[in-house]
Write a protein of this length. Sequence first.
Length: 384
Amino acid sequence: MMRRIAVLDAPTNLGLRPPTPSSVPGCAKAPGALRDQGLLARLRARDAGHLTPPRYDPGDWRPGDGVCHAREISAYSVALADRIGAIIDRSEFPLVLGGDCSVLLGSALAMHRLGEAVGGRIGLVFVDGHSDFRHPGNASYVGAAAGEDLALVTGRGQADLAAIEGRRPYFRDIDVVVLGIRAQDEYRLDLQAAGILTRPVPALRAEGAARTAQWAHEQLAECVGYWVHIDVDVLDPAVMPAVDAPDPGGIAFAELEILLAGLVDTPHCLGVELTVFDPDYDPDGAYAAEIVNTVVAGLTPVTSPGAVPPRLLPGPADAPAPAPRRGNGRPPVDATRASAAQGTTPSAGRSPGPVSPGPVSADPLSGGPVSAVPGPPAPAADSA
């Protein structure tokens, strides 16, 4: 018996700033570009359709107005949560093709509904080149939801996005693991103060992708299941420049494949979303082909004959918070973890523990170190 994958297109670009004053972000084209590379046929997946987003129109938005497109993102998130819930109700494995990172709000809403229904907490494995943790408590203003999605789904920010249906937070801080951010991420201290565990690229590479996936499993052992978010800007721009905010120091395709395979190789992984690939920077489809190769190989544990349908672990909704977790090179943050569990947002104040740079893996495309290969000029758009 194999787990059947259902592919759902969520081609929203509402969470990004316009690349230029007269254009719109191209990531809304990503699902079509990936389908053009034979993704569904290679996964033997069911086509779960396409959820059309509202029109992209920043209008007269200005800094200080809150998150741009907030009303549209909120409505889209509810519709997306409905669609994801319907896939899970069929005992299928959802693969959501974004779109920008604001699709995480819909996935998070679906997971919170599911957790409430089964009486347990659902976790999040956040694989991203950036922490996306900007919020009113640590920034002078907010505006692009794709640069704020992790903050929003952990309850930080305006209620029309962070508390849809009165649910806040969608994921508790102690139920989130962040993988693949850059070592000097702008909000790394805020993540630490909140008690959100991270494994930046140097630590991920030092431990290896397979062991990192296992570590993430262990950190979410108190959850009844978990969702996986993947932003392809976790990859180094030397091998994946077709994103809105490329940032040097990322991982290679081979590492992402191993990481994905390890994360989904359990019935407690409930689904995966893929975000921020921009076909406008991929005119010949070469990067789309690489993404599809990686996703197909990484999801092999889901499609293999011995795979079993998603299964939630038993757990009461009021289960006590797990003991402080270790394993990311720093001591537990007991006080801040307690305040995070109560829904408050502690301020940053601790410096991160030492992170070993570890060996630099060879890039499977160039044969040289990933971090040493210069990428093409960054695209003009910026999700931040």
